[in-house]
Design a protein around this ligand. Structure first.
Ligand code: ADP
Ligand code: AMP
Length: 217
């Protein structure tokens, strides 16, 4: 099963992709994570990505399409994948169709996660993750079961993203509404678009995604 989770920054894409990896063994392919790995490696691409990510703008389409073409679909994608953060423009959406066709893969569905803008700023500024395994948490909505200890790997080190501040969030949200949201009709016309209520509690969103996946299969 190959799906796209589409929604604004902070909608809960990463949270739900992490769950799909556990429940369905669908590999999470996050273009944001790929770029953050590049930044960490200190590569030239990483330097460019760092500046763009900190401004909240989008990376150029040709670079993103090349990255995804390389990562899709690695051997471990036997049970499919969840794309998180890609596509973000119509050019990327069309390029993805070409990549999938070339690799003989099928896109089963696109799940839109709808969340009010007001809620997103709080979600993003309260977000943190395990520095060792990357498991995601929130100051208010998803704290580790044992204070200061990662539920998944027991690490006691956590980190916050450099771009998770109010100013950058505003720009990222503007980019979502101006550009990314515009690709919804593209998938609606293909009859593979489903919408879930991303404002609901995390478990309820998971339930709605499970229902959508069952229907799209
Ligand atoms: P995205 O990958 O779409 O940017 P995340 O999955 O990282 O978003 O979620 C952003 C923050 O909001 C995280 O700290 C996460 O724990 C929290 N979160 C995710 N889903 C919900 C939800 N349904 N209700 C409340 N908080 C949520
Ligand atoms: P994310 O982790 O999905 O919130 O992405 C963080 C940042 O990486 C975004 O604000 C963009 O600057 C950049 N980025 C990630 N994916 C894409 C993409 N598909 N197209 C353009 N820029 C992207």
């Amino acid at each position: 099963m190959n799906i796209i989770l589409l929604g604004p920054p902070g909608a809960g894409k990463g949270t739900q992709a992490e769950r799909l990896e556990k429940s369905h063994r669908m590999i999470q392919l996050s273009t944001g994570d790929m770029l953050r790995d590049e930044v960490k490696s200190g590569s030239e691409l990483g330097l460019q990505a760092k500046a763009i990510m900190e401004s909240g703008e989008l990376m150029p389409d040709d670079i993103m399409v090349q990255i995804v073409a390389e990562q899709l679909c690695r051997d471990e994608c036997e049970f499919g994948f969840t794309l998180d953060g890609f596509p973000r423009t119509e050019t990327q959406a069309r390029a993805l169709d070409g990549i999938m066709r070339e690799k003989g893969l099928k896109l089963h569905g696109v799940i839109e996660m709808k969340v009010d803008d007001d809620a997103l700023t709080e979600r993003i500024t309260g977000r943190f993750s395990c520095a060792k395994c990357g498991a995601g948490y929130h100051d208010r909505y998803h704290r580790p079961k044992r204070e200061g200890v990662c539920d998944e790997c027991g690490s006691t080190e956590f980190k916050r993203r450099a771009d998770d501040n109010e100013e950058t969030v505003r720009q990222r949200l503007a980019a979502y509404h101006a550009v990314t949201e515009q690709i919804l009709p593209y998938y609606r016309e293909k009859s593979i678009l489903r919408t879930v209520d991303g404002m609901a509690p995390i478990n309820e969103v998971t339930r709605q995604i499970e229902d959508a996946i069952a229907e799209l299969q």
